[in-house]
Structures are given as structure tokens and as C-alpha cells.
Design a protein around this ligand. Structure first.
Ligand SMILES: [Zn+2]
Ligand SMILES: [Zn+2]
Length: 316
């Protein structure tokens, strides 16, 4: 399976400003001076191997949208602003031809998980079939409301594509587009649902907007995450934030992410839904701290740890 991250930030899109770009340029130039980079030196090699990711890239920018593909068919998780880029990519991909058929799972109807939908180009193409899945009763109403005047110029009911809403039952496996999908309710204001996706012996768990508070829900989630090849995990906060000012805001931290992943036998923990006010340099520090913690706590099998960014691809 291949997992493509189209949107990875939480709560709000987090683009970088001119001050961030200046700071990246300054760090890149400093490293170039330190390394004695000359005209003859291979620039690409320097950028790739000598600049940290926070300097040469960004942990941005869109709100959640993740695609899971087996090479032939795919499922989409959430319709944050990342779905705009996904839609443009599909329409411009000559190897895929219309009419399109999309399967979109919604974790919950908070705005950062649905706000990209009105900008998803295929919804304006007649013949496109869009199947929306979720466990909330109000999804159809919510999708309609966000396109009502005066919020948006095109009414949901005027869209030419064929859109259907399918309610899923948490705790039960569903066979959808060739994948097995198990939804699970998570602690979050208004509830959110995580999804365990299985295909050809591989397992991915998409678990965003989920707060874990100590021991109380650990057994349930250890089962839900059990032996996943990839766990996409809400780590919006640091441990200190999660247990002080941001307690009960519905998000988790990197420390409980490592603990749950190691207890569940997860192979790769991908931290997701990063705080929009945290800059790239501090996100990268968060990644190194999390890797150190995983090494300290880990016994036996090594846990890979990454932080999602738009454009990242993982093959399992
Ligand atoms: Zn969110
Ligand atoms: Zn939310």
C-alpha cells in the first residue's frame, strides 16, 4: 500500500511567512559557508544531505487529507484543504480518466476536516461519483450547510456530481472498494472516529483528533492499533500542554503516541495534525525528542517515527 499525505496540519492551514523564509535562507547560507560550498559543488546533493528538513522544506500546510492506495484503488481520509491538491492532481493525471469514483471517509465534521470539499474540483464534473462515509448522523447536513449562502457561492444541492452519504457502524468491519475498514469512536468534542484499514496483510490506522487520558482507554486502543504497519496519530500537543492548559481539547501528545505504538506492536508511528502555531524548526525538534523517547522506552523491535508533511509518501 502507498499512503500519500495531502494535508497534515491541525485546526487551520499553516502557511509560512516571509520571516520563516528569511530564517530558512539564513540557516541554509550559514551551512553553505560552513561546508565551503563552491560553484562546482552539487547543489542538489548539498540541499538533500546537508540541510535539515525544516530548512529545505516545511511541515505544512494543508488541513487533513490522506490517501491510501493499493496501486489500483484508493480510499481518502478527511476533506481538509489537502483535498484540493488531491483533486487537482487526479484531474491532471493522464493515467486516470473520468468519470472518477472517490471514497472519502470523514473522521468528524469539525471544519478543518471538511473545509476543502468545496474546492475539490471533481465535484464540479458531471459523472463523478463521490461516496462519503462516516459514523456521524449529521454529515449530509453539515456538508450542505458549509456551502449555503453567504458562506460559499455554489450550493451543495447544485453540484453536478453524484454524491452519496453512507453511515458506518463503529466497531464493525466494512468492505469498501476492496479494503477492510474498521471505524472506532475516539474521545474528542462531538466525537471523532479513527479508521483501521486492512488490505493484503498490511494495516494502516488513521487516528486523528483523539485525546488519550492515561490508562482508561489504553486497552481498547492497543487492540485497535494492534500490529499496524503504519499508525497516523494525532500529536498536536506536547505532554505538558496536553495535561495543563489544553486538557480536554480533544488532542493527544507524542509521549502517549510512543507508549501506545510500542504496546500495540506498531512498526511506524507517524505524528499528525500538528499545531498550526508551531514553526518548522520546533516541529523538527519535537520529532527528534520523540525519536529519542522511542529509543529509550523501546525494547526489541525498533519503532520508526516520522512527522507528516504535505507531499510525504510512505510505502508499506
Ligand atoms: Zn482537526
Ligand atoms: Zn476536531
Amino acid at each position: 500500500m502507498e499512503i500519500s499525505f495531502w494535508g497534515t496540519r491541525g485546526s487551520l492551514p499553516a502557511s509560512i511567512g516571509f520571516k520563516d523564509i528569511k530564517s530558512k535562507l539564513k540557516s541554509a547560507l550559514q551551512l553553505a559557508v560552513d561546508e565551503g560550498l563552491s560553484k562546482e559543488t552539487d547543489m542538489d546533493e548539498f540541499i538533500e544531505n546537508h540541510l535539515p528538513f525544516w530548512v529545505r522544506g516545511t511541515y505544512g500546510t494543508n488541513t487533513p487529507c490522506v490517501e491510501i492506495s493499493d496501486g489500483k484503488s484508493s480510499l481518502i481520509f478527511d476533506a481538509g484543504t489537502g483535498i484540493r491538491d488531491l483533486g487537482l492532481n487526479k484531474v491532471n493525471d493522464r493515467s486516470i480518466s473520468a468519470p472518477y469514483d472517490f471514497h472519502i471517509f470523514i473522521s468528524h465534521p469539525h471544519w478543518d476536516h471538511i473545509q476543502g470539499f468545496p474546492f475539490f474540483i471533481p465535484i464540479y464534473m458531471k459523472g463523478t461519483r463521490i461516496n462519503i462515509y462516516g459514523c456521524h448522523d449529521n454529515l449530509e447536513r453539515v456538508f450542505n450547510i458549509q456551502q449555503n449562502a453567504p458562506f460559499f457561492p455554489v450550493k451543495f444541492s447544485d453540484l453536478p456530481s453524484e454524491i452519496t452519504f453512507n453511515k458506518l457502524s463503529p466497531g464493525q468491519y466494512h468492505e469498501i472498494n476492496g479494503f477492510r475498514v474498521l471505524p472506532k469512536e475516539q474521545r474528542h468534542p462531538g466525537s471523532s472516529y479513527g479508521y483501521r484499514i486492512e488490505k493484503d496483510g498490511k494495516i494502516v490506522v488513521y487516528s486523528t483528533d483523539s485525546e488519550h487520558k492515561g490508562e482508561e482507554d489504553i486497552t481498547d486502543f492497543v487492540e485497535f492499533f494492534r500490529d499496524a504497519d503504519l499508525l497516523i496519530f494525532d500529536a498536536q500537543y506536547t505532554l505538558a500542554e496536553a495535561f495543563t492548559v489544553k486538557e480536554d481539547w480533544g488532542h493527544s501528545n507524542n509521549v502517549i503516541g510512543v507508549e501506545l505504538a510500542q504496546r500495540s506492536g506498531v512498526k511506524h508511528l507517524c505524528l499528525f495534525h500538528m499545531e498550526p502555531t508551531t514553526d518548522d524548526k520546533n516541529i523538527e525538534r519535537f520529532l527528534y525528542d520523540t525519536r529519542r523517547l522511542a529509543n529509550l522506552l523501546g525494547e526489541g523491535d525498533k519503532l520508526d517515527v516520522s512527522i507528516a508533511y504535505d507531499g510525504m509518501n510512505i510505502k508499506i
